[in-house]
Design a protein around this ligand. Sequence first.
Ligand code: FAD
Ligand code: SF4
Ligand code: SF4
Length: 480
Amino acid sequence: MAERMLKFVGTSQAMPDKRPAAERRRDFDEIYSNYAREKAAEQAARCSQCGVPFCQIHCPLQNNIPDWLKLTAEGRLEEAYELSAATNNFPEICGRICPQDRLCEGNCVIEKGFDAVTIGSVEKFITDTAWNQGWVKPIRPRRERTESVGIIGAGPAGLAAAEQLRRKGYQVAIYDRYDRVGGLLIYGIPNFKLEKDIVQRREQLLRDSQVVFHLNCEVGRDVSMEELRRRHGAVLIATGVYKARDIAAPGVGLPGIAAALDYLTASNRSGLGDSVPGIESGALHAEGKNVVVVGGGDTAMDCVRTAVRQGAKSVKCLYRRDRANMPGSQREVKHAEEEGVEFVWLSAPQAFLGKDHVSHVRTVRIHLGMPDASGRQAPQEIPNSHANIEADLVLKALGFDPEDLPEALATPDLGVTRWGTLDIDWRSMMTSLDGVFAAGDIVRGASLVVWAVRDGRDAAERIHSYLTTKALNAQRIAAE
Ligand code: FAD
Ligand code: SF4
Ligand code: SF4
């Protein structure tokens, strides 16, 4: 092993080729190409095969990273794929969009001094290769079960649960209010991070595995929760969080100020070939405009980079803390800066100015004070530090809260936490309703795709235990 691995001293870290910023500003294609086979093997061989792999500990799926790196270094790609797919339903998606700098790669032991192993890029390479080679096959369960499970939400949590349940032979139906499968993978995250055909081939795989999709079907409106509980042995709620946080500042209702997700969804729909009124009227398009995005998370980063690609005149990102304290991935900030985005750190909007349409954002400078109860330094306004920034389009990207789900689903008995997320028993992943489980953002609050996958997999296991116990009890009662 030592011969092939442990190459981090002599071999430098190399990401796959990144397209030049001037080129990628002009289109919505992904910015990284794939590794060539030899390059993937060379980069995988940098791994020192730690006895206690911190990369694996800090991956929410506890992926068996050192082993699939070793198999890649040895050119045994089909085995690497099998191993990687055993713990992750969407390795090629996580490889593309996990914030690796905060998870696996940020905890790689050779990070200190030698730059981390490029785990995400190798993970993506392995599964993209598997797709190209035809190793990714529809599920054919060893035995079919009669029990069915209804899943509300076709985002990563719902899809991961569906795949795991199908593997066990359950009949699975997914209900989604959207017309396409994928949740935020399809309508939130832009193409330049995750091309849509990557998501759509996963959808096709699930369809080929006999998962049934009911699209344009909003639970609580088109079908009731009661009806779903009658139809299925168990129900999983994986509806995500969509209520955009707003800014309490004068002028926030002016035309030209939009919610980030409306803007991103319009752009994604347009890229998928839909006719989108907000794009056609120009209201949700950045071409020729001075764009100001308020916020510092992943959604804000996606907005600024989308605006650049739409041909904005200028793009500024306003964030009330500094670079070190922003929630978004540092890698994404770097990409945005390369593409021409200007970050206005330690700055917050105080008012939106304009007569019939926004024309300026009035900002105030911020000083970071003493840490508050959460340990983060509290932002404090600096008196008399105002500035007016020109703006024709303002995008509010301040995060998301859960909508009132008991009301939306007309199930007042569904328990929620004080944050409005679903209250589950973490051991059983069951909500306050018998046989109704929950997973993903609707339980955690706005989080990450990799956590949604983890929750979906865990929920599938708990649903399986629930249904098998129920079947055994029924048999016992029948025998008595
Ligand atoms: P979702 O993906 O939100 O899916 C929920 C689904 O439920 C949707 O399809 C919705 O239509 C459906 N639904 C809701 N209510 C109903 C109902 N009543 N009836 C029927 N269907 C319903 N994470 C990362 O790891 N990396 C990133 O780079 C990243 N970028 C992001 C960028 C943006 C702009 C956003 C908004 C989020 C980003 N995230 C990222 C977070 C990530 O997308 C989410 O954490 C993840 O998608 C949550 O998965 P989920 O399955 O819980 O919910
Ligand atoms: Fe890293 Fe995400 Fe892959 Fe885990 S799933 S190994 S955190 S890229
Ligand atoms: Fe390899 Fe880094 Fe993981 Fe250690 S922490 S096993 S060097 S990838």
